[in-house]
Design a protein around this ligand. Structure first.
Ligand code: ATP
Ligand code: MG
Length: 315
């Protein structure tokens, strides 16, 4: 065989579906999407080269995802694992998310087995190391994090056909982390930055989330939600799309309460049940708060991002 069809190969891998889902499901993230398309194209051409008997060494596909909390890093990592699997780059295609505590032990001799165990579980898939900079603690010479890094480095180099590693975290801290760990930095071919969403993008994200949950807002509701976003963005601990999710959850709660208090005797229509009105948003604490003069904390990422979900500040 000396001709090959991109289209056929494309269809065979179902990659078209994954990529168009990615484009449709995720609002904004234009630079991220185009990087993913580039990576997919490279892998697809690689497959085609193999089918006509050309050599193709697996390109290094370890990645770095940087960005503020809630910008979609975990979501995109999941999709990435799926793409790599469908293109035959990895055999199993699962995503294993870990943080420092999963890799590094507390006592001498504990770290190597812990890290190796995690690597074993991740083989054939993607290992996603969230807040990777916690692996490196320069103030503590005897920190076991560097032992985990050493093992990771070896596996990233020697078993790149079997495992893709994605290091994720807040941009500034990741940059410092790479400066101190050039060995890691040089093994990562793809640095992808997730920009903060604009207020308009967050409104779109909010509307998608509402539609998914079979809720809707009125035209005026949209204006109020946009205002909410603009105010909320200036408050501390703002977490992009995750803050939208939380805002919507709370608006749903207020709507339920409002219906319950006002209409306990009256039959409800479907429209009553699905509509969030402006009061459901206007009751947010954000509208009563003064805009802070002090800047946000410099590194909200690690300290708060994971704990924030239900009772996030500023509601
Ligand atoms: N572009 C987007 N469009 C629609 N929904 C999004 C988008 N980005 C993120 N989300 C949603 O926002 C939530 C948070 O996203 P995700 O967990 O991927 O962010 P993250 O960058 O990993 O955050 P963290 O740094 O805090 O771990 C998820 O529910 C996700 O579905
Ligand atoms: Mg995440």
């Amino acid at each position: 065989m000396d001709t090959v069809s991109i289209k056929q190969e494309y269809e065979k891998t179902e990659i078209e579906k994954v990529i168009s889902n990615l484009e449709a499901d995720l609002i904004g993230l234009t630079p991220v999407k185009s990087r993913i398309r580039e990576i997919s194209a490279l892998l697809l051409i690689d497959r085609l080269r193999k089918t006509v008997g050309l050599t193709s060494s697996n390109p290094g596909l370890h990645m770095s995802f940087t960005g503020s909390p809630g910008t979609g890093k975990t979501t995109v990592a999941l999709k990435m694992a799926d793409i790599l699997y469908k293109l035959g780059y990895i055999k199993k295609g699962h995503l294993l998310t870990v943080t420092r505590d999963d890799l590094v032990g507390q006592y001498i001799g504990h770290t190597a087995p812990k890290t190796k165990e995690v690597l074993k579980k991740a083989m054939g898939g993607v290992l996603f190391i969230d807040e990777a900079y916690y692996l490196y603690k320069p103030d503590n010479e005897r920190d076991y994090g560097s032992e985990a890094i050493e093992i990771l480095l070896q596996v990233m180099e020697n078993q790149r056909d079997e495992l893709v590693v994605i290091l994720a975290g807040y941009k500034e801290r990741m940059d410092i982390f790479y400066e101190s760990n050039p060995g890691l930095a040089s093994r990562i071919a793809n640095h992808i930055h997730f920009p903060d969403y604009s207020a308009e993008e967050l409104l779109e994200i909010g509307k998608v989330m509402l539609a998914e949950q079979q809720y809707k807002i009125t035209r005026e509701g949209e204006d109020v939600l946009l205002k909410y976003i603009q105010l909320r963005k200036e408050q501390p601990l703002f977490a992009n799309a995750r803050s939208m999710k939380n805002a919507i959850d709370r608006a749903r709660m207020r709507q339920a309460n409002r219906i319950f208090e006002n209409n306990s005797q009256v039959p409800l229509t479907k429209s009553d049940l699905v509509t969030l009105d402006i009061t459901d948003f206007l009751q947010s604490r954000v509208f009563a708060l003064p805009t802070p003069e002090v800047a946000k904390p410099t590194s909200p990422y690690g300290m708060y991002s994971q704990q924030l979900q239900p009772g996030e500040w500023g509601q």
